[in-house]
Design a protein around this ligand. Structure first.
Ligand SMILES: [Zn+2]
Length: 64
């Protein structure tokens, strides 16, 4: 048993649990059946790790 048996997870390419996928109003979300991480769908067969926190923080330049 190894969570790294599927190398896709290491590259942020996950596979959803078929019965665990749901629509949250904007996107499909689910859990990876390989590593169990929360994931979201970016495209066809393109599932990546889901951000639990605020969505709009990414890409914001830190002005210091
Ligand atoms: Zn995974």
């Amino acid at each position: 048993m190894s969570i790294f048996s599927f190398p896709g997870c290491l590259f942020n390419r996950h596979r959803p649990q078929r019965r665990g996928v749901s629509w949250d109003g904007r996107q499909y979300i689910g859990e990876c059946r390989d590593c169990g991480e929360p994931i979201q769908r970016h495209g066809r067969r393109d599932w990546r790790k889901r951000k639990i926190e605020s969505e709009d923080t990414e890409g914001v330049p830190s002005s210091t």
